[in-house]
Structures are given as structure tokens and as C-alpha cells.
Design a protein around this ligand. Sequence first.
Ligand SMILES: CCCCCCCCCCC/C=C/C(=O)SCCNC(=O)CCNC(=O)[C@H](O)C(C)(C)COP(=O)(O)OP(=O)(O)OC[C@H]1O[C@@H](n2cnc3c(N)ncnc32)[C@H](O)[C@@H]1OP(=O)(O)O
Length: 364
Amino acid sequence: MSGTAMRASQKDFENAMNQVKLLKKDPGNEVKLKLYALYKQATEGSCTMPKPGVFDLVNKAKWDAWNALGSLPKETARQNYVELVSSLTSASQPSSQVEPGADRKPSAYETLEVTSEDGITKIMFNRPTKKNAITTQMYHEIMLALKAAGKDDSSVTVLTGNGDYYSSGNDLTNFTDLPPGGPEEKAKNSAILLRDFIDCFIDFPKPLIAVVNGPAVGISVTTLGLCDAVYATDRATFHTPFSHLGQSPEGCSSYTFPKIMGPSKATEMLIFGKKLTAREACAQGLVTEVFPDSTFQKEVWTRLKAYAKLPPNAMRISKEIMRSREKEKLRAINVEECNVLQERWLSDECMNAVMNFLSRKAKL
Ligand SMILES: CCCCCCCCCCC/C=C/C(=O)SCCNC(=O)CCNC(=O)[C@H](O)C(C)(C)COP(=O)(O)OP(=O)(O)OC[C@H]1O[C@@H](n2cnc3c(N)ncnc32)[C@H](O)[C@@H]1OP(=O)(O)O
């Protein structure tokens, strides 16, 4: 088939189905759901299947995607399927031009960009099209990067985001990828993952600095309470919508936030989900300093380069003496928060909130 104005034939449809199997890159859950829905609509027509239960996350997501197509005619669904596959295959064609840096060593990370320069290891969240939402793979990669940065010869470590967001927090599609043991097993594994992830922040041995380049949501906000300094652009916002998501605080924020900003301000953030501007977050002590967006990168990196020239052992030892008294307490709080969340993730309140986001009925 050439051009989108022509109708896709059955042969085009079959070719497209074969091309999907040959895609080199996983197109992601959103696209896979679209493909599934269009395929079902094209071959069976409108969805008449009974709606799967709320805990059957994968089948419910599929059902939602198919059902959302309503009474779309089979021919149109076939055409849309062929066009979607065509856009995926052309996006994955190798470019004839050499990409800048193509001769560089391939990165050990798929979801991060990690660089070391001027005594600073920079760990940059690198899923800008998904607002740097943190997938299970990304949690693992951040842990690996933090462990490596803790041992490398840099003096300070920086966390930052690529694109317009610092991070939109936990990737809500993490809820759809269920193991054979179902939601209970997923919740148990996720609680272990979360505990280990937060322990990496608690135990980080050098100055850990967050360069908050844009809005931050959920776990990307709570972990700021475990960083040693937080520099933010005036475009950043700070949002922990845990109640909206049927969830509860993590990242030791149930302890660090009341300590940093006092119990009532912490309640507004952690229980009522109040979104703070960068200046509000600074006034409440969560952010160290706010910079105008136009000069943010220049000012912050100039400052960090100067700090990174300070004697590294002295900085390490000073951090140890400032933080060591709290470490055991933080570890215990982390375990407690993860236990509570493990239950929360299985609640109707949480399942419904996640499904609403995934079926695009809700945005925070
Ligand atoms: C059974 C148990 C399983 C448990 C697994 C848990 C593992 C550990 C959990 C640790 C606890 C963490 C808690 C949190 O972090 S809570 C906070 C979670 N985050 C959110 O709720 C934010 C959701 N996103 C939004 O509300 C909006 O996307 C946002 C306001 C951030 C931006 O809106 P905007 O309109 O500007 O942009 P888009 O929505 O169009 O976003 C662009 C694309 O990015 C995708 N996206 C963004 N954020 C997320 C996210 N958090 N999860 C998944 N996907 C995200 C969005 O869908 C768009 O994708 P498409 O272009 O494909 O549509």
C-alpha cells in the first residue's frame, strides 16, 4: 500500500501483522495496547466481551483499549492498524547518517545517561517522552548507577532529568506487568524493589545533589528529602499525590517531610496532595535554592564544579557524621513504609486510580 489515502487491503493487514513480529525495538505498552485493540476491532468488530475484574490488570487494560474503539468500522480499524505499523517500522529504520557520538562506547544504561566530568558524576533520567517516569528497569538502573557513583573517583553525584520534567515518579504501567503469582506477588516484589531502591539513597556515601530541571512527582519528590542539597529551576513543581492514587508516603518522607517542614505542611503535601511551586518548596526547606529557568543550568553547574574541587574525603566524612545517627532509623522507616504500600497497592482505591490514569480518564 502506498499513501494513507488508499484503503488497506487484507494483504496489507497481513503484511503489517508480520512486520509487528519483526520490530527490533519494543514499542512500549501504550502502542502494544493500541495495536491489540485495532487488531481485535479489525478482525472481530466491536468489543462484546465481559469486562475483566479490577485485579486482572493486563486483560482489563486490553479490554479498555478495545472497548474504547466503540463502533469503529472493521475497515477503518484495519487501515489504522496498517498505518500504525508503518509508522513504527519507518521509525526503526537505520538512518544513513552517522549519529553524533556513534563511535562512543555503548552505555550500560538504557533509561539513564551517566557521565563523569570535573569531579561530578551526573545520573540523568533519560525517558523525556514519558516525563522520565520510572519503570522497573529504571529503578534497577538507578540503583546500579548510585552504587557505581558511590565508589567512583568523583567527589559529588548529581541526579537530574532530561527534557522538561525532572521525573513524573513511578511509571504507572509498572502495575500492568503481572508475574504468574498475580497482583499479590507483584506487590511483594515491588515492596522489596522499593526498599532496596530507597536504601541506596540512605546509604549513599558522598554528597548527593538533585538538580531539579522541571516538575517532580511522587517518588522523585520524596527522595529529595534524602539528598544533601536540592537546586531547582523556578519552573519546577513538587507534587506527591499519594491519596489521589490510593497510596501512602514512601522514600522515608513520612519522617523526613514533617522533620523538614513541620507536620502540617507535610500533611498538606503527603496527605492532601498539595502541589508546591519551587519557591514554596524552598520556603519550606525541601529545596535548597531556586534559580530562574533562563540561567538555571549555567548557574548550578558553575557552582557544582566549584564544590567538586573541595577535598573529597573531607566531604565524605562530614556527610557521614551529619547523617550516621539517622541511618538506622531511616532504614526502619523505609521497611515500614514499604509494608504499608504493599497492602495499599492491592486496594481498590489504588487499582482504580491506576486504571483511570492508564485509560486516560485521570491526569494529576
Ligand atoms: C501491584 C503493585 C505494583 C506496584 C509497582 C510500584 C513500584 C514502586 C512504586 C514506588 C512508589 C512511587 C509512587 C509514585 O511515584 S506516585 C506518582 C506516580 N506518578 C503519577 O501519578 C503521574 C502520572 N502522570 C501524569 O499525571 C501526567 O502524565 C503528568 C502530569 C506527569 C504530565 O502530563 P502532560 O499532559 O504534560 O503529559 P502526558 O500525560 O501526555 O505525558 C507524556 C507521556 O508520558 C506518559 N507518562 C507520564 N508520566 C507517567 C507515569 N508516571 N506513568 C506512566 N506514564 C507516564 C504519559 O502516559 C504520556 O505517554 P503517551 O505519550 O504514550 O500517551
